[in-house]
Design a protein around this ligand. Sequence first.
Ligand SMILES: *Cc1c(COP(=O)(O)O)cnc(C)c1O
Length: 458
Amino acid sequence: MNLPFAESYKIKMVEPIKRSTREERERWIKEAKYNLFNLRSDQVYIDLLTDSGTGAMSDRQWSQMMLGDESYAGASSYFKMKSAIQKIFGYEYFLPTHQGRAAENVLFSVLVKEGDVVPGNSHFDTTKGHIEYRKAKAVDCTIDEAFDTELLHPYKGNVDLNKLETVLKSVPSEKIPFIIITVTCNSSGGQPVSMENLKAIRKMADQYGKMVIYDAARFAENAYFIKMREKGYENKTIKEIVAEMFSYADAMTMSSKKDAIVNMGGFIAMHNEELFHKASVFNIMFEGYITYGGMSGRDMNALAQGLDEGTEFETLETRIKQVEYLGGRLEEFGIPFQKPVGGHAIFVDAKKILPNLPKEQFIAQTLGIELYIEAGIRGVEIGTLLADRDPVSRENRYPALEFLRLAIPRRVYTNNHMDVVAVALKNVFDKRAEITKGYEIIYEAPIMRHFTVELKKI
Ligand SMILES: *Cc1c(COP(=O)(O)O)cnc(C)c1O
C-alpha cells in the first residue's frame, strides 16, 4: 500500500481559536456593516480572508529574527536580503519596501504617467489602483479561457499574445511604460503563467522595445505549477525554474507576505542601475532609507530565510496539496469553483450558486456573508465590490466572474479545518434557493472601496 501524503513539518507552537454561535455572528456581521474586513479577528473561527502576511514562520525564520541587525544604514540584514534576491532571482539591484503595494507605489512613481497604458494579465487590485491613481489605464490581456471556471486549462494566468500585440500596436509606444505580468495571477484565481508564455511575452516585448515587470507575490507557486504541468520542467528544481522565469523580466515588485512567508515586507528588484537610482529617490521619500525601506533588520533576515524555504519543493507541495484537498471536498459536494484549483485559494463561483440574485446586489459578497453566518468562516469577495467603478464614467464595473475567494494561510490550518470549511459551504449551498436578496451600498470610498465599504441588507 502506498503511504498517504502528509505535511513536511511538525508543529511547535499553537494559537487558540474560538467558535461562536449563529446569533453572535448575525449580530457581529450587522455591526460590521456586512463588510468582512470590519470583523474583529476573534469574531472569526477560520480566517480565509487572505494568505497575505498570515503564514506561520519556521523555526529557522524565527531564529533569524534574533540575528537581525537594526543599523540604520548598511545593516547585515540588508545584505542577507540582497544576497538572497541575487541568488534566487538574479537581480543586481533591489530596494526593500514595507509591502507589495509600496513597491508598486515607488516603482510606478518613476514609470507611470497620466495617459499611460499598462497591459498585463488581470492586474491585481492594488496594482490597478496605483495605475489608475496616476490617471493611467490597465488593460487586461488574459486568455479568454480564464473566464470559464469549468474549463480545465493548465495555465489560466497566460497572456493572450494577440490581445497584447493589439495594445502594443494601437497605443503610441511612448504611452506604454512596461508590460506587467502577475505570477501566479491572483485575480484570475491564483492561476499560473506557463514558461512558454513568459518566454513569448519577453520576445514580443523586445520587438516593441518594452520592459517586462513581474508582480511576483506568488512566484514560487507559479514555479511549482510549471514543474508539475509543463513539459521539460518535471526534473528541474523550483529554484532552477524560478531562475529561468525571472531571466525573462527586467524588474519585479514583490509582496513578501505571500511566497516569502513573512508577516510584513516587500521589495523591488531590477537589472537597470538608472531605474534603481530613480526609484531610490521615491523609496527614501515614501519608505525609508534604501537599505531598510520600511523594514526592520529582523524582518529582512526572516524574509531572506523565507525566500529560500519558500522555493523548496516540499514547502510548496504541502501547501498546494492542502488547497487541492479543500477543492476535492467541494467537488464531492458539487459546489462550483474555478478549476483547476489555483496555488493559494479556492475561488468559489458565486454566480453559479446564486444565479437569480441580481448583479447589482453583490452576489459574491452575499455568499461570503452567508458562509460567515453559517460557521464563522471569513472569505473575501472578488467581484463587483472589488471591481469598483470606472474611473472616468464612475459607473459600477461588473466583472465577468463573481468569486468568493477562500485563501489558505501558509502552514496555519490543518485539513480538519478544511473539512469544516467544506461542510459549512455545503450547508449554504443546500440553502441557496432561500438566498434571494443581496445588499446595497450605504458608504464607499472613491478608490479601492471594497476595504471600507458599508452595506445594508435589501
Ligand atoms: C498581495 C499582492 C500585492 C500587494 O501586496 P501587499 O503586500 O498586500 O501590499 C500585489 N500584487 C499581487 C499579485 C498580490 O497578491
